[in-house]
Design a protein around this ligand. Sequence first.
Ligand SMILES: [Zn+2]
Length: 86
Amino acid sequence: MGLYSILNVEGTCYNCNKNSVLKIQFKYGKLRNYVYQLNDEIIWDKKNKEMRMLELVVLDGIAEACKYCNEDGLPYFCKKRSNKIN
Ligand SMILES: [Zn+2]
């Protein structure tokens, strides 16, 4: 299993329309399978901490499969603004 971070966002499955917490995987900051909520501060390690100075970064992310219908997740964009994920 690769290392990535997860952003939990409440949302609705586009396939079965059930509300659930979307788990959006993204690779940014320190990668130790951290789980973030909206507006959490991004955790950094020494190798990439200079990137924390960037004001606005748009990240590629992908949602994990729906826990109700197992439909594959859609790609999402995560934004980092002032070092917070949202
Ligand atoms: Zn679903």
